[in-house]
Ligand binder design. Structure first.
Ligand code: ATP
Length: 364
């Protein structure tokens, strides 16, 4: 089998006494769009900088196309980086900014200008080549930074929160444009973001990071539907958490309201501290907790509850229901119906197959 485009093995990085990367391994294939996602300080940028060569890891290895680049300086690595602040040269025209890379690599002036014009066309700014960066909007500067990064057709492009300086509307548009550009070029993107919607809508695979470690790698659908850990379940989307414990016979008992519901579906095998009687958490997405008209609805586990809040989120309604000690969220399409207000007594329920179980106790 040919080697992966990018192969990261057991990467470790400390800043003084602080362990920013604690053994990160990841493979990226040719043409893949990868998002590094996680809360502030989890090590996303540190990982990206190690791949780019701006930081030297303390341990581990980085390979591109099978060759170790761990000790190579940034400019000797077959990749390019797009920074958050674009880093355009203010004293150069747009076209010269883009032609700078090829020129530095010894491409003759005429050919470099031609390649720059092509790259500019790719991002839809062919008419603006003579302008200076200060004469461009934020979105246009972002496109120029992209054109500059892809003009040498690297196999791998690293992007550090490239859209974070843009307002929400433009950001959404650029997400779509960037995804199309990536598909058109066939260049692998490793994209840092702390915005889960951005990661979900753009990436082929999401790498969820927490405290210097990778918690899960998978498609947006997989990390949402089958989170590997409590952290992923909480970080990606909204969730109801049902506390519970393994019953020692391969089954589980999860608290749903005051009742403990038996559950025998797939759940994590006993691990350290999570054996028989060890704690488990049931993860139930709000769209899978339904308001029902009867307590014996076939195929459902049900409980009675009282509505505490009805929140209209534009096209969707979130109904917060008190069930025993827990406040659970039920989400459904459409506007809040009449007759469903605070204090309404309801029956809520879910199909057991929609419950996903992870090891450990609910995150407080
Ligand atoms: P953000 O989304 O806020 O950019 P991040 O996930 O990209 O966060 P990193 O920039 O990788 O986080 O930083 C990881 C941790 O390492 C943070 O706690 C940060 O304070 C620390 N760190 C990063 N660079 C240095 C440095 N040069 N010296 C000391 N600590 C650093």
């Amino acid at each position: 089998m040919p080697p992966a485009l990018l192969s990261i093995r057991d990467l470790g990085k400390r800043f003084g006494g602080f362990h920013a990367l604690k053994g990160v391994s990841l493979e990226v294939e040719h043409g893949e769009f990868i998002a590094l996602l996680g809360p502030s300080g989890c090590g996303k940028t540190t990982l990206l900088r190690c791949i780019a060569g701006f930081l030297t890891p303390d341990s581990g290895d980085i390979r591109i196309g099978g060759d170790s680049v761990t000790r190579l300086p940034p400019h000797r690595r077959p990749l390019n980086t797009v920074f958050q602040n674009y880093a355009l040269f203010p004293h150069m025209s747009v076209l010269d900014n883009i032609a700078y890379g090829p020129r530095r690599h010894g491409v003759p002036r005429g050919e470099a200008a031609e390649r720059a014009a092509q790259a500019l066309q790719l991002v839809g700014l062919e008419a603006l080549g003579a302008r200076y960066p200060r004469e461009l909007s934020g979105g246009q500067q972002q496109r120029v930074a992209l054109a500059r990064a892809v003009v040498n057709r690297p196999k791998l492009l690293l992007l550090d929160e490239p859209l974070s300086a843009l307002d929400m509307k433009l950001r959404k548009r650029m997400q779509i444009e960037l995804k199309h550009l990536q598909e058109k070029l066939g260049i692998a993107f490793v994209f840092v973001t702390h915005d889960q919607e951005e990661a979900m809508s753009m990436a082929d695979r999401i790498v969820v990071m927490n405290r210097g470690l990778i918690e899960q790698v998978g498609s947006g659908t997989a990390v949402y539907a089958t989170p590997a850990t409590r952290f992923v379940a909480e970080f990606i989307g909204e969730a109801n958490f049902l506390p519970g414990a393994a019953d020692g016979d391969g089954g589980l008992r999860l608290a749903f309201g005051t009742a403990a519901v038996p559950y025998s579906g797939p759940h994590p095998a006993p691990g350290p501290g999570t054996g028989a009687g060890g704690s488990r958490t049931g993860v139930l997405r709000p769209e899978h907790l339904e308001l029902l008209d009867r307590a014996d609805a076939p195929g459902f586990l049900t409980e009675r509850g009282i509505v505490e809040d009805v929140i209209n989120t534009g096209g969707q309604t979130l109904v917060m229901v008190r069930v025993g000690d827990a406040l659970l969220a039920s989400r459904r399409l459409g506007m809040p119906g009449a007759g469903l207000g605070r204090g309404t007594q309801v029956v809520v329920g879910f199909r057991p197959e929609h419950l996903h179980v992870v090891a450990g106790e609910p995150v407080p």
